[in-house]
Ligand binder design. Structure first.
Ligand code: MCN
Ligand code: MOS
Length: 763
């Protein structure tokens, strides 16, 4: 187990909530001292390599493995012939079908790149060689390549995503000014630095999994359910994660394959999913298309929004990428109608990618607002302020907090928006056309329960323990700050231990819900630990505080003392020694009192059962942002560069502004990638992901990223979380691509409505 040694940075106040403490584990990660899942030294390892289908649709007739089995070092070949004896696991909400077998190596193929076999050998190289000797025959049937395939059709309406109020069609028809446009976004992928994979090791019927994870407890349960084990028999360890962005929240087919192989062989198995295989072992953001119609008065008062969206899904599961997710809450509108469809195609089931739903949704509505401003001859900033939503028009509920007006105002001020000459193609420097654009973004506040343990050791060191994970967002760091503040113990006395399903349960590091949830749990636990410590100091037979007559004590700077007046003052180790206490351990969770039973707790840490959405209470709770982008488009070549961005955010209180700014910038950088580069390309003949590598699937490099100025305009929101913060991790990406697309229109007079904004679309 790795213990984080906090390093001193800056002033003491940096160690408290709101301080700019640097990343706890930052130095470990950049010096290679952090052990990632696949680097754990496990003895007697065998190595598994996956084999993926090369057709999009059909059946595996035969995997002839005779030659492969005879190759040097080969231990086992798993194919659809092998019954692995697994059962289907629960879904996100904890629902599980009865007696339904699960085959991670299916015979029926529903997409190109589906895992159909695995070779396990003494070395990875031997397994890779043996794969070349497999003879696979298929019975291929016609497939649907993607959303644009004429065979794809219109798909089916998702009733639960259809929203309307007022009479949008009538209000649109009666509007003086209208626009209608179709917007498209392509398939996009997570491409986290750390690829997927795992090591699985059995000790009798105990299974240990080292695997990067966004949710240790839920993934451990996934394995337990597949193998029919009591949940406690599986331990999942994920101390460090090199990025997840939504792709590491659940155990996937390859995990079942590796763990099955380990069980069959009676020895531990490591499986590293290759970079190309990553593209189809978990789905990225689905391709989307949406039509938006806006109606307004001549002076720009919005009358109606009509939204029709579609996203591709797999032929096995309806996973909607909700293009209508941001549309209803950004502006004041009395007449609204939205409908979403999913279109099944032969792809891996798409998944959550930073800002799911909100992201493509904001691309639609924020480009559409720019088109409306342009048609009205109005400043797009003025149009947004004019239609400012004073409440949530979908639910009628008041906002908990919404500082979007301030974000627009302060962002505009810092950017110098008032100097914009509004006509397209009216700003240039030599052959470079300059454009300025705005895009707003939002992400819901999602609330989930969590647990934590605090251990005060005889040495005076304090351990903060939780199964929560840190994939780079800063969980280690903010939890040390939270515990330091609540306990009154300096930050350099605190160790944080995370990422192990044996530790207390936690919310997922997903949906931007972890920080608000887990800081609440640690704050509660640390406060309880402090109270227990004070109780011991006042009452323990040998305590020097026993006879002071004090009814409480204070803990500050790592010392415990009588709050007022004269009396002893002791360091934590001195007190622990005096009262003969080896350690003090306190565990608490944030579940309601009537949900403290084991079943309720297990469900809380492994499913979305207890998760509360942004409008489940009296208020509508969201993070907000406004991005201002400057682009330079080469008039001759059509190349687009983002030359400057200013983004202002309302994310409530910031637990650590340094982490938050880094989260925002990370989101903005991903947004720039989405705007300019990212595009999963599909071979129409066989549904293959053509650019399934980081050489061809382009993400931004340092040279693509200009100075990014980020501004916080939030105020503490105690309805959103225990300490007043709202979600930070995802909102940064939302609204970036439309800000850039709108800037490109302003620069060139060309409206590009399908991402990415490549030069061929501008020439
Ligand atoms: N934070 C804060 N004050 C707040 C809220 C958050 O200081 N009011 C800071 C903290 O450092 C916290 C971080 O921001 O650790 C993110 O907090 P939060 O918004 O609660 O998000 P989660 O911890 O739930 O992280 C998940 C989120 C998601 S859903 C994606 S996708 C994403 C993201 O975080 N993936 C990431 N940021 C990522 N950052 C990195 N480096 N790698 C990823 O894979
Ligand atoms: Mo984030 S896409 O919710 O992991």
């Amino acid at each position: 187990m790795t213990i984080m040694e906090p390093r001193k940075h800056g002033s003491a106040a940096d160690g408290l909530v709101g301080g700019r403490l640097s990343r706890f584990e930052g130095q470990m990660k950049v010096t290679g001292a952090a052990t990632y899942a696949l680097e754990y030294p496990v003895e007697n390892l065998a190595h598994a390599v996956l084999v993926q289908s090369t057709i999009a649709s059909g059946r595996v007739l035969l995997v002839d493995k005779a030659e492969a089995l005879a190759a040097p070092g080969v231990l086992l070949v798993l194919t659809p012939e092998d019954d692995l004896g697994l059962m289907t696991k629960s879904d996100w909400f904890g629902n599980r079908p009865d007696n339904q077998p699960y085959a991670p190596l299916p015979r029926e193929i529903s997409y190109n790149g589906e895992t159909i076999a695995a070779v396990i050998a003494e070395s990875r190289e031997q397994a890779v060689e043996a794969i070349k000797l497999l003879r696979i025959t298929y019975d291929e049937t016609p497939g649907v390549a993607d959303l644009h395939d004429p065979k794809a059709g219109d798909g089916k309406v998702m009733d639960n995503l259809s929203v309307s109020w007022g009479d949008a069609e009538a209000a649109l028809a009666a509007s003086a000014v209208t626009i209608e446009a179709e917007y498209q976004t392509p398939r996009e992928y997570h491409v986290a630095m750390e690829p997927h994979g795992l090591t699985a090791k059995w000790d009798g019927d105990q299974l240990t999994i080292w695997e990067p994870s966004q949710w240790t407890h839920a993934m451990a349960l996934n394995y337990a359910e597949w193998f029919g084990l009591p949940p406690d028999n599986v331990r999942l360890i994920s101390t460090f994660v090199g990025g997840g962005f939504g792709s590491k929240g659940a155990a996937l087919a390859y995990g079942a394959v590796a763990a099955s192989a380990a069980r069959k062989l009676g020895r531990p198995v490591k499986l590293a999913v290759t970079r190309p295989q990553n593209f189809t072992s978990y789905g990225g953001r689905a391709a989307t298309r949406q039509t938006i119609k806006l109606g307004a008065t001549k002076d720009g008062v919005l009358q109606a929004i009509v939204h029709r969206g579609a996203s591709e899904t797999s032929v096995t599961t309806d996973y909607p990428e909700q293009t209508g997710a941001a549309t209803p809450i950004l502006y004041k509108v009395e007449n609204y109608s939205s409908q979403s469809r999913v279109v099944p195609v032969n792809t891996v089931t798409p998944g959550a990618l930073r800002g799911p739903g909100k992201n493509p949704s904001a691309f639609g509505i924020e480009c559409a607002m720019d088109e409306l401003a342009s048609k009205l001859g109005m400043d797009p900033l003025e149009l947004r302020l004019k239609n400012y939503a004073d409440r949530d028009y979908q639910t009628g509920k008041p906002w908990s907090t919404r500082m979007l007006r301030e974000a627009l105002a302060q962002g505009a001020e810092a950017f110098g928006w008032s100097k914009r000459s509004h006509a397209p193609r009216s700003m240039r420097e030599g052959r470079q056309l300059i454009g300025w654009g705005i895009g707003c973004g939002t992400f819901p506040v999602i609330q989930a329960p969590s647990a934590a343990m605090i251990r005060i050791l005889a040495s005076g060191r304090v351990e903060v323990v939780s199964g929560a994970i840190d994939m780079g967002q800063g969980t280690y760091t903010i939890l040390a700050q939270t515990a330091s503040e609540a306990l009154g113990v300096p930050i350099d006395q605190i160790d944080v231990l995370l990422g192990d399903s044996r530790m207390p349960g936690s919310a997922i590091a997903g949906g931007s819900m972890l920080a608000g949830s887990i800081t609440g749990a640690v704050h509660k636990t640390a406060t309880a630990a402090r109270d227990e410590l004070i109780g011991l100091a006042l009452n323990a037979p040998n305590s020097p505080f026993r006879d002071t007559g004090a009814n409480t004590l204070s803990v500050a700077g790592g010392r415990i003392s009588v709050t007022r007046g004269e009396g002893p003052s002791m360091s934590l180790p001195e007190l622990m020694a005096a009262i003969g206490q080896a350690e003090l351990e306190v565990t608490r969770n944030t579940l309601p009192d009537d949900a403290q039973g084991a079943a309720d707790q297990n469900a809380a840490w492994t499913s979305m059962k207890r998760v509360e959405g942004p409008t489940m209470g009296e208020f509508s709770m969201h993070s907000w942002c406004a991005h201002f982008a400057e682009v330079r488009v080469d008039e001759d070549f059509g190349t687009v560069r983002v030359s400057r961005m200013v983004s202002a955010f309302d994310c409530g209180r910031l637990y650590n502004p340094k982490m938050v700014e880094s989260q925002w910038r990370g989101g903005i950088i991903m947004g720039i990638g989405q705007a300019l580069f990212e595009e999963g390309m599909v071979d129409g003949r066989n549904g293959r992901t053509v650019n399934n590598n980081v050489g061809d699937y382009l993400v931004p490099t340092n040279a693509d990223i200009p100075d990014l100025q980020v501004i916080s305009v939030g105020v503490p929101d105690l309805k959103a979380s225990a300490l007043g913060g709202k979600g930070v991790g995802e909102v940064g990406i939302v609204g970036v691509a439309p800000a850039i697309a709108n800037a490109v229109f302003h620069a060139t007079g060309k409206r590009v409505r399908d991402l990415p904004l490549t030069l061929d679309k501008l020439l």
